[in-house]
Design a protein around this ligand. Sequence first.
Ligand SMILES: C[S@@+](CC[C@H](N)C(=O)[O-])C[C@H]1O[C@@H](n2cnc3c(N)ncnc32)[C@H](O)[C@@H]1O
Length: 222
Amino acid sequence: MGKRYCRLNVCFQDNIFSIMRHTCVIEKYIGFCETDFGARLITKEAEYLRNELKGRRKILDVGCGIGAFEQRLPELNIIGVDMSKEMIETARARTTSPYCLADATRLPFIDASFDALFYVTSLEFMDNYKSVIDEAVRVLARGGKLVAMVLNQESDYFKAHYSKRDSYFRRIKHKNPVEMADYIRRRFDVQTQYFLGIDAEKIFDTKNKRYASLFIIKGIKK
Ligand SMILES: C[S@@+](CC[C@H](N)C(=O)[O-])C[C@H]1O[C@@H](n2cnc3c(N)ncnc32)[C@H](O)[C@@H]1O
């Protein structure tokens, strides 16, 4: 009994520490979003999405985090999904959009129920991107649009951040966005592009992969 209590206690402590670490990550990210640089960066990404998603009636944001895009795109009908309870609670406290706590590989929506879906720096952090894409194929209607904005790991911006010991970028699971694009191409007509140049705190338009912080994969479901 004593031993069992001890094990449960350790388990409970592990859980508390993991929640504390997670809360710390969220606070750090909120802090980043509120800096001038962070706000300009997210606004640029949101402008890109606004343009790509206009006219789409029902949109899913997979790995929505704290709801940064729901906050900036209130005119779009977006449902945010994330597997982290803390992220979803934070998103709900910050915006009035609908959110759903769920794993991207098991979405609680019926087949063909969305006409657009996006991932912003989330697909590359998910365990099995192929299962995530298979699930996107299931919930998207024919002609539905997928937009995946993934970190360009060849950029100076990525390399500089990755070199820091406590960087969130180190949690990345998939290192090859071109392979991701090839998998998406099986079920979508795909276009790719580099986007969003960053040099120190300067943000600019570029297609140069040394400066582009993002690699974008856009697809229309066949
Ligand atoms: C780097 S954050 C990006 C958040 C948001 N898209 C943004 O740009 O502000 C990645 C997010 O993906 C979520 N995530 C990771 N794996 C997931 C999965 N299998 N299903 C749903 N969400 C997941 C994480 O909890 C995290 O909130």
